[in-house]
Ligand binder design. Structure first.
Ligand SMILES: NC(=O)c1ccc[n+]([C@@H]2O[C@H](COP(=O)([O-])OP(=O)(O)OC[C@H]3O[C@@H](n4cnc5c(N)ncnc54)[C@H](OP(=O)(O)O)[C@@H]3O)[C@@H](O)[C@H]2O)c1
Length: 295
């Protein structure tokens, strides 16, 4: 299948694009600036620069490639940046999704939008696909608005929500596991929140889940995360133990001791039964995720 991926230079893109190529798909990876994927020469792979906030660039590329599937993985994905630059966050996360949808519609492509647990308010925790969204920060609001547009798309669509994605940071952007390793190895203390709950997601599982959605034409909303619920502090301790680092450098704090620009939902976590039953989605345990991250 011909698949266009946005945000291909990002963390997810570094796992999703190779997973799609492995299955024999023809992938047009797109991103801002030069390709950082190191996949040139792989059968089925090509890369083009596309700033998806520019409707003309989107039109040109989507018309030329005529994708059967578009995976819109690109985003302004840091909640604090979104909170502090709301106009940019709206332009990148919401308005650009509308341009992509309108070009996708001309090709009748299957449109897959990557979203987040931050569309929920964090009061209830362990959310299923049917729970009502009520974001507590601007990042979540931009994603909720984009989701609403995707639901109005007249052809096949899927919304894939995920949570606290971890793994080897191939794209260069750190994640909680890589930060714990870096801080503790250099003997620094690290403050980690122990009153938020998440079901962290191994990046390879997320990529595999998206591949299944494409191959099974899984339309609708999907929750893809790990199955186990932890606080970030618990994740950090497990990481320290796995790497035989000094866990006493981890300082347990509560969310209200941080003054971050964007409020975080307290308890998220996903019920993943639908993906398990209908897609055969089988996430690894956190212990196995640690092995895959650090070898
Ligand atoms: N990582 C998580 O824990 C997490 C959790 C929940 C949901 N998600 C969602 O999952 C998706 C993938 O996340 P990720 O972790 O791979 O994020 P990421 O590493 O930040 O990747 C996002 C990519 O989007 C690109 N991008 C941003 N604006 C663009 C534009 N105007 N045109 C073209 N590309 C643009 C970025 O390009 P540059 O690299 O050039 O800046 C980056 O490569 C996102 O939709 C995110 O919101 C992630």
């Amino acid at each position: 299948m011909k698949i266009l991926v946005t945000g291909a230079n990002g963390f997810l893109g570094h796992y999703l694009v190779p997973a799609l190529l492995e299955k024999g798909h023809t992938v047009l990876a797109t991103g801002k600036g030069d390709c950082r994927l190191g996949l040139y020469g792989k059968p089925g792979f090509s890369y083009d620069t596309m700033d998806f906030t520019d409707p003309l660039q989107v039109k040109k590329l989507v018309e030329r490639f005529s994708p059967a599937v578009i995976v819109h993985a690109g985003a302004m994905s840091k909640p604090d940046e979104c909170e502090q630059n709301q106009a940019d966050a709206y332009r990148v996360n919401t308005a650009a999704t509308l341009h992509l949808l309108s070009e996708a519609e001309k090709q009748q492509s299957f449109f897959i939008f990557i979203s987040t647990d931050f569309v929920f308010d964090g009061e209830k925790g362990m959310y299923s696909e049917e729970d009502p969204a009520a974001p507590v920060n601007y990042y979540g609001k931009t994603k909720q608005a984009a989701e609403a547009a995707v639901r109005n798309y007249p052809y096949d669509w899927a919304i894939v929500r995920t949570i606290l994605v971890y793994g080897q940071p191939l794209a260069g952007r750190s994640n909680i596991l890589s930060v714990v390793k870096q801080k503790l190895e250099s003997g620094e203390t690290y403050k980690v929140v122990d009153d938020q709950l998440r079901t962290p997601t191994y990046v390879g599982d997320l990529a595999a889940g998206i591949v299944s959605i494409i191959e099974k034409k899984g339309t609708g909303t999907w929750h893809l995360s790990g199955a186990e619920q932890f606080t970030p502090y618990e994740m950090a301790c497990k990481t320290a133990d796995y790497l035989h680092l000094d866990r006493s450098l981890l300082i347990r704090v509560t969310a209200d001791t941080f003054s971050q620009p964007a409020k975080r939902p307290l308890k998220t976590g996903f019920v993943i039964d639908k993906a398990v039953q209908e897609l055969g989605y089988k996430p690894v345990t956190f212990e196995e995720g640690l092995k895959r991250t650090f070898g």
